[in-house]
Design a protein around this ligand. Structure first.
Ligand code: SF4
Length: 255
């Protein structure tokens, strides 16, 4: 795998529900075609030139050294560190990325810093060990459908939905807090599906985040976007209240 060096790693996130964050890989082999917001931003800034380049991840070779320098600097300010917003920490079939993510989480936990991880890959079983500070970590998957044909079209190299769910369920059974990010949820002109079956498949999680799809030309042709997302957001809220699950409806999803 190609490598790059960075000058810094930890940063305070501007995302509405997050704290500190890090991205220890440039690019992501999952190659999501919603499109991927991180890819769009990197392309706009000229960091990445093409989709193929984005799909060939480069690991940050000095990530662990940077953490050694930055942890003492930020430790008092960090509530938790999220992996990741601009790449995927457990990229499917990318062993080197997964190994580095495990090392980063271990280092942060040894410094009594809690981690959260979000993936469209498969969480490794190693994360199931609840030693020391690691017991405070929280894990989530992104899941917007149960249809594998849709997954192959929109998340071509990400993990199959079923394996994603089973790996998250394993961590739930080990006592970790888990969540699902149902975002970006597709409009019916991309796939006609039943949100209820998706909610049912994820009913073991502690929290559901629901958000609309943006920046997709075909989706924006759908005439009843506002009504559609309003109705689905209400269904998510009702399901979560009934099943005592926390929820967060992303800004701009519900009017
Ligand atoms: S998994 Fe996330 S970072 Fe990777 S391509 Fe998909 S949306 Fe982008």
């Amino acid at each position: 795998m190609k490598t790059i060096e960075r000058k810094s790693l930890l940063y305070k996130s501007g995302v509405e529900y997050a704290d500190f964050c890090l991205n220890h890989v440039e690019g992501c082999s999952h190659g999501c075609k919603y499109p991927c917001y991180a890819y769009m931003m990197k392309k706009r800034c000229g960091v990445i030139k093409t989709y193929d380049e984005w799909c060939e991840p480069k690991i940050v070779s000095n990530a662990l050294d940077l953490l050694d320098k930055e942890i003492p600097k930020y430790k008092g300010k960090i509530k938790y560190v999220h992996l990741c917003f601009s790449t995927d920490p457990f990229m499917y079939n990318q062993e080197q990325v997964c190994d580095l993510s495990l090392k980063i989480i271990e280092k942060l936990n040894l410094n009594e810093i809690r981690c959260t991880g979000l993936t469209k890959g498969i969480f490794p079983k190693e994360l199931g060990k609840r030693n020391g500070f690691s017991r405070n970590n929280e894990y989530g998957i992104t899941l917007v459908s149960l249809d594998e044909n849709f997954r192959k079209e929109f998340e071509p190299n990400a993990a199959p939905f079923e394996s994603r769910i089973r790996a998250l369920e394993y961590l739930h059974e080990k006592g970790f807090k888990t969540w699902v990010s149902m975002e970006p949820y597709p409009t019916p002109n991309l796939i006609n599906q039943d949100l209820k079956s998706l909610l049912k498949a994820l009913s073991f999680v502690d929290k559901i985040i629901f958000g609309r799809l943006n920046y997709n030309a075909k989706s924006s042709e759908f005439k009843y976007t506002k009504e559609f997302y309003n109705s689905l957001a209400l269904s998510v809220i009702a399901f979560c209240k009934k099943n005592k699950i926390d929820y967060h409806i992303k800004q701009g999803t519900q009017n």
